[in-house]
Design a binder for this molecule. Structure first.
Ligand code: UD1
Length: 390
């Protein structure tokens, strides 16, 4: 079975790595990796390929940055001839970035069935570009692989037939577990000039709603500066956020000047995958607007404050360590204070977040190939179906 696998942006690289490995272990699968080039900086792309041990893509479409329309259109224009050359049996997309919907649309119009990994998540906020990408990709995908039960409910509500929905677990957690022996060995303390045993927090921010408006970003930075009086904050800065931060007196750029004084809000260049998990796993607290980090902190048992008013990943609230706190500066300061003074909340691993999601996905694709004309729900699919009915 030839499967074209699409990856475009940083979180996609994490998600495809265990999927490519699972397919690579089976002789009847031929994965063909297409990098759309949505993310192209070495720190956002090459470093992730190296850390995750992903081989060079068969194609790089080099679409680069642009408006949503330009980026989406460029992926579509450049992918179509690749699919015409490769004639794949299926196309696999992950997550919710512009490359995801663009590739899915091209494939469907060519009659190539699409598998969507991380289907069904909904923030119910259509001002988020990712929400539009999720809804549209799920509407046209053939097989929908879901990380948490809320995703099953959302897809059923949108009229997707149960036999196309498979609750399989989380490929992001497959990657985290596969790389655990390596990220556990990264020496965080020495790398960032912390004292041994010194508690610190990790910050990440890249949502357009938080970083594109300078006033909103300044209010968040002011709150972070207040939190940094309690403990140092390490902040790997996304390129989208970087320009807006330059010149902010509260933000000290690691390595650019002397860190003496009360500069404890430490801006870093974006971290690679292993470094990021190393820093996250040993943090006392994480403040973020990322989706993937809400999931990773849930499994790592690290308290997570999400600077958003909604999450498409509610299992991280019910099972994990995540709390939604919005972006009001007072709320950020008070939630951080509370998280630092109270004992860490107990966390459960969400069902099926066991490092085996990719194997279940590939099992399911193999089962479909064995019975291509008739849908044959796997045991996981059946469980999902009964969960819907209950
Ligand atoms: C994209 C995804 C978002 C995902 C995030 C992970 C969409 C709509 N958004 O957001 O869901 O959480 O990736 O990082 O697909 N840039 C660089 N170097 C790069 C790539 C981008 O400097 O390698 C800068 C450019 O100025 C670009 C900006 O970052 O305009 C935004 O990049 P873009 O890919 O449009 O969206 P992200 O904010 O990265």
């Amino acid at each position: 079975m030839k499967v074209v696998v699409i990856a475009g942006a940083r979180p996609n690289f994490v998600k495809i790595s265990p999927l490519l490995r699972a397919m690579g272990r089976r002789p009847n699968f031929t994965p063909v990796l297409v990098h759309t080039g949505q993310h192209y900086d070495a720190q956002l792309s090459d470093q992730f390929f190296a850390d995750l041990g992903i081989e060079a893509p068969a194609y790089n479409l080099e679409v680069g940055s642009g408006s949503h329309a330009v980026q989406t259109a460029e992926v579509m224009k450049r992918l179509e001839p690749v699919l015409a050359t490769e004639h794949p049996d299926r196309l696999m997309v992950v997550g919710d970035v512009n490359s995801t919907i663009a590739a899915a649309l091209v494939a469907v119009k060519l009659g190539i069935p699409v598998d969507h990994v991380e289907a069904g998540l909904r923030s119910f906020d259509r001002t988020m570009p990712e929400e539009v990408n999720r809804v549209l990709t799920d509407a046209i995908a053939d097989q929908l692989f879901v990380t948490e039960i809320s995703g099953v409910d959302n897809l059923r509500r949108e009229g997707i037939p149960a036999e196309r929905i498979h609750l399989v677990g989380n490929v992001m957690i497959d990657a985290l577990e596969a790389c655990r022996p390596r990220w556990e060995q990264v020496p965080v303390v020495q790398r960032f000039g912390l004292e041994s045993g010194q508690p610190y927090a990790l910050v990440t921010l890249h949502r357009p709603s938080n970083v594109d408006n300078p006033e909103t970003l300044t209010r968040i930075v002011d709150a972070l500066e207040t939190v940094s009086r309690q403990l140092p904050l390490l902040w790997p800065v996304h390129p989208r956020t970087k320009q807006a931060l330059r010149g902010n007196p509260h933000v000290y750029w690691h390595g650019h000047k002397d860190g003496n004084g009360r500069h404890r809000l430490l801006a870093l260049e974006p971290l690679g995958y292993l470094d990021c998990l190393a820093v996250m796993s040993r943090a006392r607290l994480v403040l973020t607007d990322s989706g993937g980090i809400q999931e990773e902190t849930t499994v790592l048992g690290v308290p997570c404050l999400t600077l958003r008013n909604n999450t498409e990943r509610p299992v991280t609230l019910t099972h994990g360590t995540n709390r939604l706190i919005g972006t009001d500066p007072e709320a950020i300061v008070s939630a951080a204070h509370q998280a630092l003074t109270e004992p860490c909340r107990a966390n459960d691993r969400p069902p099926l977040w066991d490092g085996m999601a990719s194997e279940r996905i590939v099992d399911r694709l193999e089962a479909r190939r064995a019975a291509p004309t008739k849908s044959s729900p796997s045991s996981i699919g059946c469980q999902t179906t009964s969960a819907i009915g209950s």
